[in-house]
Design a protein around this ligand. Sequence first.
Ligand code: ZN
Ligand code: ZN
Length: 297
Amino acid sequence: MADPAAGVRPPAVARRLPGRARRRTDVLREYEEFNSDRRRAIPPVLWPFFAPDPDRYYRWRVQLDCACVKELLTPGDRIPPSERQWRGLGDGEALPPGQVYCRHDDSADAPYRDIVEWGDRREVSFAADPVEPPEWADADVWAVIRHDEAHTSAFWKVTLACGHVEEVVAPALDWKPDDGPRLAEATRVKQMTEEFEQVWDSDPMLQSGHQREHTRRMLAAGWPRPRPERSCHTCPDARAIVAYQRVGWLIPRNEALKPEIPPPARAVLERRLRRAEAEAERLRVQLAGHEERRDAR
Ligand SMILES: [Zn+2]
Ligand SMILES: [Zn+2]
C-alpha cells in the first residue's frame, strides 16, 4: 500500500525482472482494439494527441511493491514508467507519479486520510425515495433515512494527504471550503458520544477498529461536517513501481515510419500545430451545434 507516512521512497531501478515479456503481437492486437473503440469518440484530427498510432508506444515491464510484475506502454522510450502518472481503476483519477493500480483480494481496509485540497464541485439531483422500503432496509430504519422530497446535493473533489482523489458531499448546497466545517452543538456531541459508546458495547462488530477510531476523532473534534478526513479507497490498491525493465517498441522501429530527417524547422512545426488547433476548434464548434440542435428537439 502506498503510505504517505512511509517517507520518501528510493527511486525505481532499471533491472532484469523475473518472467518474460508477453508476445508483442498479442499486446499490439489489444492496443489496436482498445484504440479503435477510443477513436470512435474522438475527431480524427485529435487522434495524434488522444489516441495515437501504436508506433509511438514503447513497452516496459515493471515490478510493483506488491511484487507483481506488469507490462506498461509509454509514449516514447525516454521517460521510464516510474516517472509517469497512471490512472486508477478503469478511467479513474491520475495517481501520484510512479504508482499503478493493482488490486489484491486481501488488500487492507481503506485508511482515513486528511483532506489537503478542495477541487471541483458538482451538483447531483436525487428524486424522492419511494415510500416502500428497499430490500436491504427494515421499515423502521427506512423511516429515518428516507428522503421524502427530491433534493440536490453538492459533491466536491478532494485531494487527500496521500495524493489520491476522492469525493465528499457538502453539508449544504451553498457551503464553500472557505466556510470551514460546521460543528454540532456541544450538548448534542456529548449525547452522541454516550450513544456511540453504548452501541459499540452492545454491537462490537458494528464498526471496524479503524472506523471506530475515526468516529472518536470526529466526536472529539465537535462532529464537523464535512469531515476533515476521508477514507481513501485508492490507497489499499495503489502500488509503487520499484523496478522496471525495457522491452522494446510496440512496433519495431525498422517497420515503423522513419522519423523526418532532418527534423522540421520550429516554424514548420508551429504552423502544423496552429493548423491542427484551428481544425480542432472548428470541430468543437460543429459538435456544439449538434448538441444545441439535439437539446432543442
Ligand atoms: Zn499486485
Ligand atoms: Zn490514498
